[in-house]
Design a protein around this ligand. Structure first.
Ligand SMILES: [Zn+2]
Length: 342
């Protein structure tokens, strides 16, 4: 397996990547044969319910595009607040406003925090974004995509939400060294124009991390931030993301998670560094907080001559996702949360 190299052209993404340029396409294709023999989830000793998580993913997609500040986003928030509260989570909302880059109107944004074992002073933040991109700007038919008014974001949006909805069943009983907060970030990709709106990338997590540093909580601290993004691809491939490896604490945590996957014989965690991604984890790294990103950035891209093109297109739909992929990530993280200690 080759490590893919990228030019440093910034391309906007949910996970905003350092864009792949066609000169390197051959090496990328060379990687596409790796996940063919994935481990069947049925063989795993796991509490994480693959089918239920996939049903959640479909339910969230049925809300339609969950663009920041829209009615569909409000419906999603209400559904999630009820869900997590019912399962014993303590839910709070961090609310703030942003100016729409399109109209200048104020747009209400909300990061949703769900705390488990809130009495624990040392905590892990597990995060994902729960907004979807305002339109499918990588779609081959951009005009048609604009008219559709947003993408479904089954993998890029709903996968993180569905993951936490299922994880919530297993948190109250979890034995571990740290308390856990799920944080669902708004406005990770409130991007209408890639160049003009570049400063808005990962806005929700930037707001959250800056507030955490400016107004540090008196009674707890985050030891580590773990972001999940695009983890429901049917053809799951998880590599060590480059920015996550830069600092010792996060690097060791990442290696520890991948080692647990190896011990569990979950083959989709490749112990190879690949992809440098701008995602919500960077908002924390920039504030000096250790953070890693678990992301499948090999979800088929329009910039790559795959037969299918899903990422930031109208084809990012449940049919291209799998509950088994969510279950593999969940099984690994549940085990890791039980044993992780800095
Ligand atoms: Zn995206």
């Amino acid at each position: 397996m080759k490590t893919i190299r990228y030019f440093s052209t910034i391309s906007v993404s949910s996970a905003i990547l350092i864009a792949l340029v066609s000169a390197f396409i051959p090496s990328f294709i060379g990687c596409s044969d790796t996940p063919a023999n994935g481990s069947p989830v049925a063989s795993l000793d796991t509490k994480f319910n693959a089918k239920r998580s996939y049903d959640f993913l479909k339910e969230i997609c049925d809300l339609g595009p969950r663009i920041s500040g829209t009615e569909a986003m409000k419906k999603q928030q209400k559904r999630l607040e009820e869900h997590f509260t019912k399962l014993g989570g303590v839910v709070r909302r961090q609310e703030y406003k942003i100016k729409s880059p399109e109209t200048g109107e104020p747009i209400p944004l909300t990061n949703m925090v769900v705390s488990w074992h809130p009495d624990k002073k040392e905590r892990i933040l597990l995060g994902a974004h729960y907004d979807t991109r305002p339109y499918a700007d990588e779609d081959p038919d951009i005009q048609a995509a604009r008219k559709l008014g947003g993408l479904i974001g089954a993998n890029d949006g709903a996968s993180g939400v569905a993951f936490f909805m299922e994880m919530a069943y297993h948190m109250s009983d979890l034995k571990g060294n740290y308390g856990v907060d799920f944080v669902l970030f708004d406005a990770e990709e409130y991007i209408f124009d890639k160049e003009r709106d570049r400063g808005l990338l990962c806005y929700g997590s930037k707001h959250f991390a800056a507030d955490y540093v400016m107004n540090p909580p008196k009674d707890y601290e985050y030891k580590l931030v773990v972001i999940v993004d695009m983890i429901a691809d049917k053809n799951l491939q998880l590599y060590y993301e480059t920015n996550s490896l830069r600092k010792k604490t996060s690097r060791e945590a990442m290696y520890g998670i991948w080692k647990i996957a190896k011990d569990l014989k979950i083959k989709e965690f490749y112990r190879v560094e690949q992809h440098e991604v701008i995602d919500d984890h960077l908002s924390f790294i920039d504030q000096g907080i250790p953070a890693i990103d678990i992301i499948d950035f090999d979800y088929p891209h329009p910039s790559i001559p795959y037969e299918q093109q899903y990422w930031h297109t109208t084809k990012d739909i449940p049919e291209n996702c799998s509950g088994e992929s969510l279950a593999k990530v969940g099984t690994v993280l549940l085990k890791w949360l039980e044993v992780y200690k800095q």
